[in-house]
Ligand binder design. Structure first.
Ligand code: 5GP
Length: 212
């Protein structure tokens, strides 16, 4: 098994579509420059204002399959009919530099990452109720009625996987949910092993010499 003991922390955030995951992650990164979201590869077409290399690296199915065959993905999964994958090298480069990385991916990918990085912190974002999830999907105005029904159906499978995650955030009030996410990120950084790696000078000054 490869060594995954990198100095940076790895956070993985998953949620059913409409639970508010993307807004939470965006807001976290606005207030915390120490954590950066990895940019995934996908076979789906760009939507609206999306720019290649910013929201995603948009690739065709052949290129995606080649990258998967070459082992370039830390994880990949089929989600809502398209393929999505996380670049292994980009994540490892960041963690190796002692910087924190965040993956905003689906539950299948999250569970794959936990197999490879047992120390990854898995966060599941839930809506407060089915009524609210439906209302949010409808308010977004992005999807047809059929798509919304499909997303609600998929959400049943997704919510059943929450039990495999380390933390659950119920996104009822945005500010509260953001506070919860910031708290998880902060608590992880305060763990002994994280402090030992991030504050090596302080530990040395205090003559704490146990290995990292
Ligand atoms: P969307 O197409 O709406 O941007 O994303 C659809 C779903 O795919 C979301 O749940 C999103 O988090 C997930 N996703 C995005 N990138 C990745 C990835 O690299 N791997 C996996 N497994 N899921 C991803």
């Amino acid at each position: 098994m490869q060594n995954t003991d990198f100095p940076g922390n790895l956070y993985v955030v998953a949620a059913p579509s409409g639970a508010g995951k993307s807004s939470l992650v965006r807001a976290l990164m606005e207030v915390d420059s120490g954590v950066r979201a990895s940019i995934s590869h996908t076979t789906r077409a760009p939507r609206g204002q999306e720019v290649d290399g910013r929201e995603y690296h948009f690739v065709d199915t052949e290129r995606f399959a080649q990258m998967a065959a070459d082992g370039q993905f830390l994880e990949w999964a089929q989600v809502h009919g398209n393929r999505y994958g996380t670049s292994r090298q980009a994540v490892i480069d960041r963690l190796a530099k002692g910087e924190d990385a965040l993956l905003e991916i689906d539950y299948q990918g999250a569970l794959q990452v936990k197999q490879i990085f047992p120390q990854a912190v898995l966060v599941f974002v839930m809506p407060p109720s089915w009524e609210e999830l439906r209302a949010r999907l409808e308010r977004r105005g992005e999807d047809s009625t059929d798509t919304i029904e499909q997303r609600l159906l998929n959400a049943r499978t997704e919510l059943a996987q929450a039990k495999s995650f380390d933390y659950v955030i119920i996104n009822e009030l945005f500010e509260r949910a953001l506070f919860d996410l910031k708290t998880i990120v902060h608590a992880q950084r305060l763990k002994y092993a994280s402090q030992r790696r991030a504050k090596a000078d302080t530990f040395a000054a205090l003559h704490i010499t146990d290995p990292e």
